[in-house]
Design a protein around this ligand. Structure first.
Ligand SMILES: [Zn+2]
Length: 90
């Protein structure tokens, strides 16, 4: 039996959050301090599905009532999570 305890780890990309961030984000409607994922509906002409939910970014809220700020860099892997990353490159 091989024991490979190295966890699968992927850095944040325009399509997904890294494992560490994904493990630490709150639910979509979370109010209060924490990381909250932001999804947008996108029409993808190349796919059959008319609308798909895509990760736009992850915002950090400081307190209840704070709308949060989209993070430029994931504090865990240093990459930018979500489509927001592509907009930053422009
Ligand atoms: Zn990350």
């Amino acid at each position: 039996m091989s024991e490979n305890k190295e966890p699968m780890f992927e850095k944040c990309s325009s399509e997904r959050m890294c494992t560490w961030l994904a493990d630490r984000v709150e639910s979509l409607n979370h109010r209060g301090k924490g990381f909250v994922p932001v999804y947008v509906l996108s029409k993808d002409e190349n796919r059959r599905q008319a609308l798909e939910s895509i990760l736009y970014g992850v915002k950090y809220q400081q307190a209840r009532g704070d709308n949060g700020i989209i993070i430029n860099h994931c504090p865990f892997c240093g990459q930018t999570p979500g489509k927001f990353a592509e907009e930053m490159k422009r």
